[in-house]
Design a protein around this ligand. Structure first.
Ligand code: PLP
Length: 425
């Protein structure tokens, strides 16, 4: 453990000795109206643009101009198999084997597609266990799937609640609930990192407990992919989905990802909503009438994918793989630890970090509750060049991203926050 110091020179020293310090320069940092770089703490919502994204997209525009339909096979990166270009790197980032990962669609769409295959309620087993206060899209998706099967949400949906007076879930309580609904649970679906509290769940323990009672276990990794060091394959998770516009910096509306464990790679009898892009690529263009799914996660593809979006994602994945997920996580723990240390200097009755203290139970995000504050706090931060994120009723979420945020920014943010709060917002 380092003994942190709340000083500008200390923060500068941390930046100078940061082995990933050159990566910031690979991104465009937004500026304030007077031309100063903002302190961007919102990479959990939309990651910054890699400077190389433009040339990656331009290459596809050029090939489209020169080759038109021939680009499917003759582009420098042929469009037909374009998604395959991303598989290996994406698999590395989430700790999976290439056959388990596919880049496609967007998150909620993938969640639905995989629930079609992995939420198979019957008379006895029909419940879905989720965290109370899960991201709204996940709640809507899950409830609509329950209704789609003709079941009642009140009966089929089990929501995990924190203990009285607490905001995060305890692993033992999650497991106890899984056991309580042992015979009736079909699916357990948790966010890898809760978007509100920043709590990272114990993937391995939850998956084990779920499998012990005979349930399927899936994760929504929207706030985990590119943030935590994941080991989806080893943790034995059944399926997972994520987006790429948050920590993965692939731009607004980026193509999402999906993971299906290797043990289902040839489970062709699993019901699925099929489309031609999931069909055996050797015979796809013979246009046969019957669906012959590809083995592995690729077999869940439906449509031919958006190449420009994939090009932007490729740019970002190249940077991720150059930096290395393990190195990124190492810096992330230190960067968030430093921010936590600084906020503790001003913490009092009013200000409290609601994210777990243990680095193993969180990613880079800290959720700071400021009692009796309102959105004006967020607006004052913005006026001082800080882009954070406000969640009603009284939480600011800040997510220092190891690829482009600096220790110096943490110190500056701390000084700005301290100044604003002393003036009583
Ligand atoms: C960001 C986020 C989403 C967004 O879903 P899209 O389908 O990408 O629009 C869904 N779920 C969680 C948990 C998220 O954090």
């Amino acid at each position: 453990m380092i003994n942190f110091e709340a000083s500008k020179s200390f923060a500068q020293m941390l930046d100078e000795t940061d082995p990933l310090k050159t990566f910031r320069d690979k991104f465009y940092i937004p500026k304030t109206p007077d031309g100063k770089q903002v302190i961007y703490l919102c990479g959990n919502s939309l990651g910054l643009q890699p400077k190389i994204a433009r040339s990656y997209i331009e290459q596809e525009l050029e090939d489209w101009a020169k080759l038109a339909v021939e680009g499917h096979f003759k582009a420098r990166n042929p469009w037909m198999p374009y998604h395959e270009l991303l598989t290996k790197q994406m698999a590395e980032i989430v700790g999976a084997k290439p056959i388990e990962v596919v880049v496609m669609n967007s998150l909620t769409v993938n969640l639905h597609l995989l629930m079609v295959s992995f939420y198979r309620p019957n008379k006895q087993r029909y419940k879905i266990i989720i965290e109370k206060g899960a991201f709204p899209s996940d709640q809507y998706a899950v409830k609509s799937q329950i209704k789609f099967h003709g079941l009642a949400v009140e009966d089929a949906l089990v929501e995990l609640c924190p203990r009285k007076g607490e905001v995060c879930l305890q692993t033992e309580d999650i497991i106890e609930n899984i056991r309580k609904h042992a015979d009736t649970t079909a699916l357990i679906l948790l966010g890898g990192v809760n978007y509100y509290t920043g709590q990272a769940f114990n993937f391995e323990e939850v998956t084990k407990a779920g499998h012990e009672v005979g349930a399927v276990v899936g994760f929504d990794l929207a706030h985990a992919a590119g943030n935590l060091e994941l080991k989806l394959h080893d943790w034995n998770i059944d399926f997972a989905v994520w987006c790429s516009y948050k920590y993965l910096n692939a731009g607004p509306g980026a193509v999402g990802g999906a993971f299906v464990h290797e043990r289902y790679a040839r489970s062709f009898d699993l019901p699925r909503f099929a489309g031609w892009w999931g069909h055996n690529k050797n015979t796809r263009f013979n246009m046969p009438p019957d669906f012959d799914p590809m083995p592995g996660a690729e077999g869940w593809q439906v449509s031919n994918p958006p190449i420009f979006q994939m090009a932007a994602l490729k740019a970002s994945l190249d940077i991720f793989c150059e930096a290395g997920m393990q190195n990124l996580r190492q810096k992330s723990v230190k960067l968030t630890g430093y921010l936590e240390f600084l906020i503790e200097q001003i913490a009092d009755e009013r200000i409290k970090i609601i994210t777990p203290r243990n680095p193993d139970e969180r990613g880079c995000q800290l959720s700071i509750q400021v009692k009796q504050s309102d959105k004006r706090l967020f607006e004052k931060l913005l006026a001082n060049g800080v882009i954070a994120d406000w969640r009603e009723p009284d939480v600011i979420r800040v997510a220092p991203v190891p690829l482009y945020n600096t220790f110096g920014e943490m110190f500056e943010f701390y000084e700005i926050l301290k100044r604003i709060l002393s003036k009583d917002v």
